[in-house]
Design a protein around this ligand. Structure first.
Ligand SMILES: [Zn+2]
Length: 245
């Protein structure tokens, strides 16, 4: 028996995941009798975490419903920016620099360089963190409820992209979190840590903070002003151009 063929149409940024002939047009695709909307949309290349809404035969439907119940399916991306009241992330092992930048901005970001896909998915779902990855297959895992496929390959551009997509600039709290371990920093009196400081730092610096988690000591180095300037530019850019980078 010839399989059932449905009409699909993907909108906006979801086209990033499709081969050129299927972008921004209605096209037909076969579906099996038991395929859910999630299964068929993901088999076409679009992870469920990128889907904001599905209209099937003109009405909104859930991704868990059987696709074969419908004839025409339109798939929409999330409206951006996606505003989060308490933005928290998990970054996959290939996004170490992005994770460090997010932490530098004070954003709670779980990162372990060697974490495998099951671990990343489990941390994301267990701790309700947005999973950031460039691995589309990882975002297709059922347990991943909140995720985003980072399009840019360069860490600075990735930060700009994520900041813009999730409207993060109101949540920036630069230099309040450890870039190494994600722990919170707290001020520490110089006399308490003086013995651990390099001689030049001991002579020239007076304000220090320490990671509550790993104990690493931080102070304002020569790069501090440059980083603040960079953060200010990022805030201006993302305020001026919300939406996708
Ligand atoms: Zn730390």
């Amino acid at each position: 028996m010839d399989g059932l063929r449905l009409q699909f149409w993907f909108h906006g940024e979801l086209n990033d995941f499709l081969p050129p002939p299927q972008r921004n047009v209605a096209f037909e695709h076969p579906v099996g009798p038991t395929d859910t909307l999630k299964h068929i949309i993901e088999s076409l290349g679009v992870p469920h975490t990128e889907v904001g809404a599905v209209a099937a035969n003109g009405k909104l439907h859930d991704l868990s419903e059987p696709a074969a119940d419908f004839a025409e399916i339109e798939v929409f991306p999330h409206q951006t920016p996606v505003c989060l009241s308490d933005p928290r992330f998990v970054a996959d092992g290939h996004l170490g620099r992005l994770a460090a930048y997010l932490r530098m901005l004070g954003l709670d970001t779980w990162y372990e360089r060697l974490a495998d896909d099951p671990r990343l998915a489990s941390v994301s779902s267990g701790e309700r963190r947005v999973l950031l990855t460039r691995d589309v297959g990882l975002l297709k895992r059922r347990e991943v409820l909140y995720g985003y496929c980072v399009r840019s390959a360069k860490p600075h551009d990735q930060l700009r992209e994520v900041s813009s997509r999730f409207a993060l600039s109101p949540h920036f709290a630069p230099f309040t979190r450890c870039m190494d371990c994600n722990g919170l920093l707290c001020p520490v009196p110089k006399e308490e840590i003086a013995e651990f400081l390099p001689p030049h730092t001991r002579e020239t610096k007076n304000e220090f903070s320490r990671c509550r988690n790993c104990g690493k000591i931080f102070w304002r180095g020569s790069h501090h002003a440059r980083m603040l300037e960079w953060i200010r530019n990022l805030e201006n850019e993302t305020i001026l151009s919300p939406g996708r980078a």
